[in-house]
Design a protein around this ligand. Structure first.
Ligand SMILES: Nc1ncnc2c1ncn2[C@@H]1O[C@H](COP(=O)(O)OP(=O)(O)OP(=O)(O)O)[C@@H](O)[C@H]1O
Ligand SMILES: O=C(O)C1=C[C@@H](O)[C@@H](O)[C@H](O)C1
Ligand SMILES: [Mg+2]
Length: 188
């Protein structure tokens, strides 16, 4: 029998800052005619301020609490493509909610690609350090096992175009649908 997570129509993108969750997620949703939601943008819409301001006022802990509250609500939706924040997998509660309520897609990229894609953007408070490239590498090392833990599909976005990444996701989704139990993670 297909697990409940396969029946929700939900696709959850996880992965580090700059992997392309927002960009690929939007294109994937358009392609599959699903509703696109970006968790970071939803938080900004709810609070009326940018993410660095939430970090400034409430610290990372406050941001994580808001993120977990929002995710709890979003995973109950149906037929959405959700781009999660890069640190959404840190809380066990979030990982369980994502794994149980949709197909989880881990978007991977090398540290060099992540750095190239994030270096000019100042909306990522965790990268406002003396050595943001080293921070990206450190975060990836810490979080890669957490992304993998809940991933049904892993896609490397590397040098591929957004269109190519969407096509690869679509192919891997088809393979998963043909043999869901062979790929299902332990939360399914
Ligand atoms: N496959 C790709 N090829 C080239 N550039 C890409 C690709 N995917 C995303 N980008 C670019 O990389 C930058 C970061 O992408 P995006 O904002 O989608 O990442 P993200 O995973 O959502 O990051 P965050 O977790 O910080 O929200 C954007 O400028 C985007 O246009
Ligand atoms: O990797 C992270 O911890 C973060 C990634 C972004 O998507 C935002 O959620 C925020 O900047 C924190
Ligand atoms: Mg994003």
């Amino acid at each position: 029998m297909r697990a409940a997570k396969h029946m929700t129509g939900n696709l959850f993108l996880v992965g580090p800052m700059g992997a392309g969750k927002t960009t690929v997620g939007r294109a994937l949703a358009r392609h599959l005619q699903k509703t696109f939601i970006d968790a970071d943008q939803e938080l900004e819409r709810h609070t009326g301020v940018r993410i660095p301001v939430i970090f400034e006022l409430e610290g990372e802990e406050g941001f994580r609490r808001r993120e977990a509250d929002l995710l709890r609500e979003l995973v109950s939706r149906r037929d959405i493509v959700l781009a999660t924040g890069g640190g959404a997998v840190l809380r066990e509660e979030n990982r369980a909610a994502l794994a149980a309520n949709g197909i989880v897609i881990y978007l991977k990229a090398s540290v060099d690609d992540l750095w190239a894609r994030t270096r000019h953007d100042r909306n990522r408070p965790l990268l406002q350090t003396a050595d943001p490239r080293a921070k990206l590498a450190e975060l990836l090392q810490q979080r890669d096992p957490l992304y993998r833990e809940i991933a049904d599909i892993v896609v490397t976005s590397g040098q591929q175009s957004v269109h190519q990444v969407v096509r690869e996701i679509e192919q891997k989704l088809a393979a998963l649908a043909a043999a869901p139990t062979a790929h299902a993670n332990t939360h399914g």
